[in-house]
Design a protein around this ligand. Structure first.
Ligand SMILES: [Ca+2]
Ligand SMILES: [Ca+2]
Ligand SMILES: [Ca+2]
Ligand SMILES: [Ca+2]
Length: 475
């Protein structure tokens, strides 16, 4: 007598991951079957005593047999996901007589375990010229395995997809791996886009500036005319600086000014602008006062040395280093009249200025020329005619030549001379006694004087001669 049973799936109970003796991907299933009621001969089964559950990995090939006792349910443990199992059951009676195998029950353990994924490490990318970088292909670098699906059957995707442009910052890229059963795992890889490109600088052109009155010039603000651009930072967010700073005072020569542009990521670029300061200002000459000199007896005079005490200055060149000239040169001989002397000052840079000063040469004042006239002889009762002649060169200008007759001496008598007009060169003189008189005519042009003398001999009054040859007048 044998019994027959019908094995059926009652419950699938998922016990994956339970700690203890169960495998990681082990599953369990509760099976149930219907108890037989008859023996194979049609009689009523009265001594049903238990069941044996057969299990195998291939149809009809049962490698595990378990006596489960006299119950109609049984939980089978340690089943592998994705594995197909073949079950069949037998019943037995009190004599341990077994029935034949039940109808085979085939069951494949579902895959409910997500793939295991090892994503690539976080990445850092340089932003390109547009300030963005394409997201890398992180799928290619992701290693996946699954308990059931082969690697080729695991679908790995990423969001955002490879090639998607992203700007500076962190983009979390989600990588999803999905097995054939639809179980999926996700990982997030941080992709950081970094600005590693320095700004582009277009500096202003080199400049040449004039030195000021102190020989220096303030360095100009070059930033206002500097054009910058960057792959990421807006122009307004690019930090510009220059060294030396605007307003820094520099002297003659070349000053390289460094312009630095720094983007928000700290990338910086530099450009150098050459600033040349030159002396473009001529020296300042204080024109000397006009000079008046008197010519020598040759009617020539030496030109004054105007350079010795010249008041001259320059913004850059020290006075001692200035080139000074005067024309005509000091010591040159010039004639009577006004000579314009040109004074030039040239600084080390070749800037030149000039002034003119007048040199007036006056003609030398000469003494008057005096002639007192010819000597004469007169009688005491006569007057002497004095025919003095005075001439002068007219200098000093405007001066009147004073003429004066004086008596110098008398010999042979004790008289004096009486001039009709002692201040006139042509006049007469009378005398109070006989004698020999020396008279002097002096001419004075207020600065110089000259004189000449004339002798007048005064004789006694004349008497007639005595008669002679007194006698009888013949008849
Ligand atoms: Ca799986
Ligand atoms: Ca940049
Ligand atoms: Ca100068
Ligand atoms: Ca004179």
């Amino acid at each position: 007598m044998r019994t027959s049973i019908c094995l059926r799936l009652l419950i699938m109970a998922a016990l994956w991951g339970t700690a203890g003796a169960l495998n990681l991907h082990a599953a369990s299933v509760q099976l149930a079957w219907d108890a037989p009621t008859n023996n194979t001969d049609g009689t009523v089964l009265t001594d049903l005593s238990g069941y044996k559950l057969h299990r195998g990995a291939a149809s009809g090939n049962y490698t595990v047999v378990t006596d489960v006792g006299n119950v109609t349910t049984c939980t089978v443990y340690n089943l592998t996901e994705g594995q197909t199992y073949y079950f069949a059951a037998k019943s037995y009676n009190s004599l341990l007589i077994e029935s034949t195998l039940s109808t085979e029950f085939v069951w494949t353990v579902p895959d409910i375990t997500a793939p295991v994924m090892t994503p690539p490490a976080a990445q850092s990318l340089a932003a390109g010229t547009t300030g963005t970088a394409p997201m890398p292909n992180l799928v290619a670098g992701t290693v996946v395995t699954d308990n059931v699906s082969t690697v080729a059957n695991i679908v790995v995707t990423q969001t955002p997809s490879a090639g998607t442009a992203r700007g500076v910052g962190i983009t979390p890229v989600t990588i999803t791996a999905r097995d054939q059963a639809g179980n999926s795992a996700q990982a997030i890889v941080q992709v950081t886009v970094v600005d590693q490109t320095a700004p582009a600088i277009t500096p202003p052109a080199a400049q040449t500036l004039p030195a000021g009155s102190a020989g220096t010039t303030a360095i100009p603000n070059l930033l206002a005319s500097t054009v910058v651009s960057d792959n990421v930072s807006a122009a307004a967010n690019i930090l510009l600086s220059q060294s030396p700073t605007a307003g820094t005072v520099r002297g003659l020569g070349l000053t390289p000014v460094t312009i630095t542009a720094r983007d928000q990521a700290g990338n910086s670029a530099q450009a150098i602008v050459q600033i040349t300061i030159t002396d473009q200002t001529a020296p300042v000459i204080t024109a000397p006062a006009p000079v008046t000199v008197t010519a020598g007896s040759n009617d020539l005079a030496s030109v004054t040395d105007f350079l010795a005490s010249l008041a001259v200055s320059d913004n850059c060149t020290p006075k001692a280093s200035l080139s000074l000239t005067q024309t005509p040169a000091a010591g040159a001989l010039v004639g009577v009249g006004i000579t314009s002397v040109t004074i030039k000052a040239t600084d080390a840079a070749g800037n030149q200025s000039q002034v003119a000063v007048s040199l007036t040469v006056l003609k030398l004042n000469r003494a008057p020329v005096v002639s007192a006239g010819a000597d004469s002889n007169i009688r005491l009762n006569q007057s002497a005619t004095l025919s003095g002649v005075v001439s002068d060169d007219g200098l000093p200008a405007g001066a009147t030549v004073a003429k004066t007759w004086t008596m110098v001496s008398v010999t042979g008598g004790a008289g004096t001379a009486v001039f009709a007009d002692a201040s006139s060169s042509a006049t007469t003189a009378t005398f109070t006694d006989v004698g020999t008189y020396v008279l002097r005519l002096t001419a004075n042009d207020t600065l110089l004087s000259a004189s000449d003398e004339v002798t007048v001999t005064v004789k006694p009054l004349s008497a007639p001669s005595k008669p002679t040859n007194l006698r009888i007048k013949a008849q």
